[in-house]
Design a protein around this ligand. Structure first.
Ligand SMILES: [Zn+2]
Length: 255
């Protein structure tokens, strides 16, 4: 049994064929999908989907690339929604210095506030980083020092060996990789190799980053097994055993 911990299933081009996408996910052995929000509108939409489809669970929050389009008070409205029974995380939040470096302080404000929401509601935090892993790890280290129960996921991890080492020291934090690890130009295999199975989660980031041989298509949860196969190949690990360990990690963190 598999779980896709990160699939944006609410974009219009996906919604049109959601029934088929979920059927293909089930056929490939995926039983749960966590859908992360990027803002208040998507948070509400995900809750609707989670009420309609048993296998869909929700992560609610504001994405770092969307902070400039939102007031910080949006998070008050999202916080009220966290009590919904299908909510399993806060996010996705984090820092993105690749697309926009002009609003770093605002990104940090949204990130810090969402970490606090996660602490207050005993939920894990789903973290996006791009060219910003160092700062995100530092913020989590500082907060975790005062909140030992803080837990979460560094999704689509692209950090270096040092950042990986620091995350592994944070007991309740996990790491996941997307389909780009199957691309020819992927140059971070050492990091994948050095991520212990006990700290790994599975995800797609659908509709983005489809693994080989689905490049050029919209990514979807059923493609996740190709990424898992690649991880087991890089780690020289038994696929079945690795998948079972990952499933255990996901149950521990989210369910
Ligand atoms: Zn995402």
């Amino acid at each position: 049994m598999f779980t896709d911990t990160h699939a944006h299933l609410y974009y219009p081009e996906i919604l049109d064929s959601l029934n088929e996408i979920l059927e293909r996910a089930k056929d490939s052995g995926i039983e749960r999908i966590i859908v992360p929000a990027v803002d208040l509108g998507s948070s509400r939409k995900i809750l609707e989907l989670s009420e309609k489809y048993d296998m869909i669970y929700a992560a609610l929050g504001v994405h770092p690339c969307d902070v400039s389009k939102n007031e910080i008070s949006t998070l008050d409205e999202i916080e009220i929604l966290l009590d919904h029974e299908k909510v399993v995380a806060v996010g996705e939040t984090g820092l993105d210095y690749y697309w926009d470096r002009s609003n770093i302080e605002l990104q940090k404000e949204f990130f810090t506030r969402q970490i606090k929401m996660a602490c207050d509601h005993s939920l894990p935090v789903v973290i996006h980083t791009r060219s910003s892993t160092e700062d995100a790890v530092s913020i989590i280290e500082t907060t975790a020092a005062d909140n030992p129960a803080l837990k979460g996921q560094f999704h689509c991890f692209s950090g270096n060996a040092d950042e990986l080492g620091r995350i592994l020291k944070l007991e309740n934090f996990y790491i996941s990789y997307c389909g780009n690890i199957t691309y020819k130009n992927f140059d971070n295999s050492e990091t994948v190799k050095n991520t212990p199975a006990e700290r790994l989660l599975s995800e797609t980031d659908s509709p983005f980053l489809p693994p080989v041989p689905f490049r050029g298509k919209k990514n979807e949860p059923s493609y996740m097994l190709k990424t898992l196969e690649k991880i087991s190949e890089i780690k020289s690990a038994d696929f079945k055993k690795l998948s079972e360990t990952i499933s255990g990690n996901i149950s521990k963190l989210f369910f």
